[in-house]
Design a protein. Structure first.
Length: 585
């Protein structure tokens, strides 16, 4: 037994030197002991027994209660990533990308109206740009991005592999976005934070949904991520280097006009990244250079195109809706709340303490709390931009997609939050596991729900193919998908279809009629050869008017009705054919 007078030996870093009777590894200062850590091992020992006092002591016992905190020397630690750490991080990133790809590819449905419209418009633009066909679609007047950019690329890919190939291109864009997010987060923080940021972003609803959805959004987000990566990369360099990112940022705006909402964030990230190396004046100079470069390029684009009307109608002067603010706020929280809350947590903890790694001691040369707070507020606050703007407009159209733009910038701070929850040396892995399970569950369920909102037209297209003949005029809701699918068979084209959103009909007396009067007069005159109507659980006013006129005009008959089920309800398609047209069934 030991007594109160028994000496105590403290082991810090490598094991302290005791006696020749000590176990191997504990008494040899040249050999690292098994207790190298951020703690100090205190051992109670007894004097060696014998006729003559022996040097040193003999270990009596080691208990858990004898561990006390202590300093660890810097030797054996490295703040710079070694080859092993780099390759392990890349391997984990590859696993995250694989999970993201699988979760996106599990989604399935026929073409959404926007997908069908953009791809068809791309084919029309190719005919216009390269074959001299007139631009009959007028797409530049109402598209939310340049019809000469993404639609043309999507149409070219569609000609090679159909809609599936176009969606796979979106998947490649979103995987590239996650990879770029990891890279610039690693440059700002470290590998662990970058992996956490990429993990929560890879499984969020917007990322999974856009990963298999053929619209402007995936390439626009990729270009924003590439812009951020370039700016963080070149921030320590020459003041003119930000011009390298200006074409990429301007292209992002050209692909999707709403991307301009995130240009101030890119400039702020550049200023903050450059401030650490060059100070305030030089950092502001670099921000001004980037802003000027992007402004010049966008000015040239507006001066040489007729896109200003579309920018106003789809972005800056978009019509107000009627969705309640409470409903939209709750939807935003459901789709992005996990990342936003983690980003807020990361901002607070990072402002309080800058050290993110596990390297003990060493000089404190990190950024000050003001810089850390500014970075956290800029990145985290960006997640609120798109939701705030659409809540202001009270329109929920595409909100589930637009939330993802801001989450790209909030993800690095969310990575900081997850990293801090785990603690040094993965002390609390259960925290990261809980966050990951929650984010994964929400992302999978929400993306599947949003991907099943529109009806599957698998059975509608064969029925329409039996009825539609070249040159016939049709009224359709939906009409984009029929135009896309049936035009591939040469049965119709975009000019022969009228949607339920706009009509300009010249009646028998030469009057131009629009809105409900136009639909009513066209149906009563039997002007359409056929009508396809989507009758859901909550039909709109125009659908109700059209259906009533079809029943009472005496000029059409109901040819078929096809039921469907979506993730939000049920409905059916109705195909009405003109009595004066000869249709073979």
């Amino acid at each position: 037994m030991t007594t109160a007078e028994d000496p105590v030996v403290a082991f810090t870093g490598h094991a302290a030197e005791t006696s020749a009777t000590s176990p191997a590894g504990l008494g040899d200062p040249a050999r690292p002991g098994p207790y190298d850590s951020e703690s100090t091992l205190r051992l109670r020992v007894l004097p060696a027994r014998g006729p003559e006092p022996a040097p040193g002591y003999t270990i009596d016992e080691i208990t858990r209660a004898d561990w006390v905190p202590g300093a660890v020397p810097d030797r054996g630690w490295s703040a710079e990533p070694g080859p092993r750490r780099t390759w392990v991080s890349r391997a984990l990133l590859a696993c995250l990308l694989l999970v993201q790809a699988v979760l996106s590819l599990r989604l399935h449905n026929t073409a959404f109206e926007d997908e069908a419209l953009y791809v068809y418009a791309g084919h029309a633009m190719i005919d216009h740009l390269f074959h001299g066909v007139p631009d009959y679609g007028g797409f530049s007047a109402y598209f939310s991005g340049s019809p000469a950019l993404y639609p043309v690329l999507a149409a070219w890919v569609d000609s090679l592999g159909g809609l599936t190939a176009v969606r796979l291109m979106s998947l490649a864009f979103m995987l590239g976005t996650t990879g770029l997010l990891y890279s610039f987060t690693r440059m700002v923080f470290n590998e662990r934070t970058a992996l956490c940021a990429a993990g929560v972003f890879a499984v969020c609803q917007s990322t999974l949904f856009l990963g298999y959805f053929a619209t402007y959004d995936a390439p626009a987000i990729l270009l924003l991520a590439l812009s951020a990566w370039i700016l963080v990369r070149i921030a320590p360099g020459h003041w003119a280097l930000p011009l390298a990112a200006a074409p990429v940022a301007a292209l992002a705006v050209g692909v999707k006009y709403a991307s301009a909402l995130f240009l101030p964030t890119l400039a702020a990230v550049l200023v903050l990244a450059a401030y650490r190396r060059h100070g305030g004046r030089q950092a502001l100079l670099r921000g001004a250079v980037l802003t000027a470069g992007v402004a010049v390029l966008l000015g040239i684009g507006l001066a040489t195109t007729d896109y200003l009307q579309a920018i106003r109608s789809t972005t800056t002067d978009r019509a107000h809706g009627s969705t309640s603010i409470t409903t939209m706020a709750w939807d935003c929280f459901r789709w992005g709340g996990v990342i936003f809350v983690l980003a807020c947590l990361g901002t607070g903890l990072y402002t309080r303490r800058d050290r993110l790694g596990e390297v003990p001691g060493g000089p404190r040369t990190g950024p000050g709390p003001g810089w850390r707070l500014a970075l956290g507020v800029v990145l985290t606050g960006t997640a609120l931009l798109a939701p705030a703007y659409q809540i202001h407009l009270q329109t929920s159209v595409s909100l589930h997609k637009h939330v993802g733009y801001g989450l790209l910038f909030a993800a690095p701070m969310a990575g900081v939050g997850v990293s801090r929850l785990m603690g040094a040396h993965f002390r609390f892995p259960q925290a990261a596991i809980a966050v990951g399970v929650l984010a994964l569950t929400l992302g999978m369920s929400q993306s599947a729900l949003n991907y099943g909102v529109w009806p599957d037209t698998t059975y509608l297209m064969p029925e329409l193919a039996k009825s539609v003949r070249p040159g016939q005029k049709w009224l359709g809701q939906p009409h984009e998908a029929p135009v896309y699918y049936l035009s591939r068979e040469g049965l119709t084209d975009y000019t022969l279809w009228t949607s339920i959103y706009y009509i300009d009909y010249t009646g028998r007396r030469g009057r131009h009629l629009m809105g409900p009067d136009g639909y009513r007069a066209a149906i009563d005159d039997g002007w359409f050869d056929g009508v396809v109507l989507d009758w859901s659980d909550q039909p709109g006013d125009v659908q109700t008017l059209i259906r009533g006129e079809m029943r009472t005009s005496g000029r059409y008959r109901l040819a078929s009705a096809l039921t469907y089920r979506t993730s939000v309800g049920t409905g059916h398609f109705e195909i009405w054919l003109s009595l004066r047209s000869a249709h073979t069934r």
